[in-house]
Design a binder for this molecule. Sequence first.
Ligand code: ATP
Ligand code: MG
Length: 343
Amino acid sequence: MIIKRFRAENFRNIEKCDIEFSPGVNLLYGKNAQGKTNVVEGIYYFSRGKSFRGREDKELVRFGEAGFRIKLDFSSGTGDESLEYAMFGKERLRKKNDYKITKITEMIGSFKAVLFYPDDLGLVKDGPEERRGFLNVAAAACYSPYIRYYSDYKKALENRNCILKMLQKGLPIDPRELESWSDSVAEYASHIFVFRNDYIKKLEVYAKKVLSDISDGKEELNLEYESDISLGITERSAVKSEYERILSENLDREMAAGVTLFGPHREDIEIKINGKSARSFASQGQQRSIVLALKLAEGEVIKEICGEYPVFLFDDVLSELDSERRRYILSGSEGKQIIITSC
Ligand code: ATP
Ligand code: MG
């Protein structure tokens, strides 16, 4: 996948820009606060369907303006493609290959990118929600139904939690209502589990190799999916039964808590370096290497599943790496487009 051109108007501090990119390594350099990360943010918007920083689209509008427009031209295995997004007040305009589309979900999935930016260093040391966020974005890029299952799961979970709250307060509830939401939660959770389990196994293979390469074979990486479900259970219907069993066996605890205590929203990935928890023991340099390994591996898994590399966006992280690691990234850049920003 190769970005050919990125255009923006009134996006963040960018009044207007029109940038052409080359295959291979591209360097965006400039002074602090010139707008380099803003360009990366605009490009990556098309990969996730939202900004990777800030929660609302209106934050992206240039101060004093009424709206913004961004457009990306790229080529993939299926040919030349374009995506466009604009917002003016409450209006939203989305186009794919110059045809209007209505749903954001029609936009996501065609442009694939892997982003690595300084906050990603939290992936190793921060709480599980950081790693779940990484996992959701990465798995969604590989398995097209993932996002739908995940959003259905969250809706069902919210409803189930509402009922648990009512039970906690002693309000009368038809038991069939809880049963029905438990069934939906277990159903969606089982799909998510199967995707995550498969994804983490694939990711581990590549990430292990990168870390070993950049540490001269001294460091071994292991990724373990931390789920309430035993990882040996791979059949989807068996996973669902297992979730149902866990939910029903722990109903008293969940009623007392007024919230669902088990499932994908509580899962994590345990990252181990040389057999020990990276969260507790990895040094700063090791954390950087681990995140680099995860990001490069994320790209390899996309290539394995989708048949081509995503675009790699490295925002302000190369300067943090030593020259050997930089060389490693650049020597492995064949067949990849990499966009690097730097001061
Ligand atoms: P650095 O090298 O420090 O990372 P950068 O070139 O990546 O700098 P950006 O993060 O892209 O800089 O931000 C450039 C400027 O855009 C910042 O000064 C920021 O305040 C400004 N900015 C952010 N949002 C908006 C907005 N909605 N309207 C106008 N300016 C904005
Ligand atoms: Mg920046």
